[in-house]
Design a protein. Structure first.
Length: 163
């Protein structure tokens, strides 16, 4: 008989693999492609994806909307930090810091971060529904205890965003 995996193990592993891929793509966009509006937007979307996957890696049992809130909060905070001289100073002292902190504020970056995180939340919820991790879904993981709550009309399961 096989031992049950702790909840979140698969999601954490997928996030780790995804994060490596996103970082590789981000480095390619940053260092290997011409600096255009398209590559800037792609880089911002990849940064938001890295933030999202990083949160999942740290807290794999956290619901998708909460992961999105933390990831969006991080992205917005870093972008607003660019209104100060700190990121530029960090980048001049240690050039790779520019990859994490950027250097110049751009309001378009905020819109790209929020849009990318919103798409990731929707994709994460969709993946949870397909895999049965979504507690409000009638085919959710039977080993997970259900929260008491309002009936969703589907077999008396509580309606929860727990993914």
């Amino acid at each position: 008989m096989t031992a049950a995996r702790p909840r979140g193990t698969r999601r954490r592993a997928l996030a780790a693999v995804g994060l490596v891929i996103v970082i590789a793509c981000g480095l390619l966009v940053h260092g290997g492609l011409p600096d255009t509006s398209a590559t800037d937007i792609a880089g911002d979307a990849l940064y938001a994806a890295a933030a999202y996957l990083g949160v999942v890696l740290l807290a794999p049992r956290l619901a998708a909307p909460a992961v999105g809130a933390f990831a969006a909060g991080w992205c917005v905070a870093v972008e607003l930090l660019q209104l100060t001289a700190l990121p530029a100073a960090a980048a001049s002292a240690f050039r790779p810091a520019v990859l994490l902190l950027g250097t110049a504020f751009d309001p378009r970056d905020l819109a790209v971060y929020l849009a990318a995180v919103a798409l990731l939340v929707v994709a994460d919820i969709g993946a949870a529904l397909r895999s049965g991790r979504f507690a409000g879904h009638p085919q959710g993981d039977a080993s997970e205890p259900r929260r008491a709550g309002r009936s969703s009309g589907g077999g008396g399961h509580g309606s929860s965003w727990s993914v």
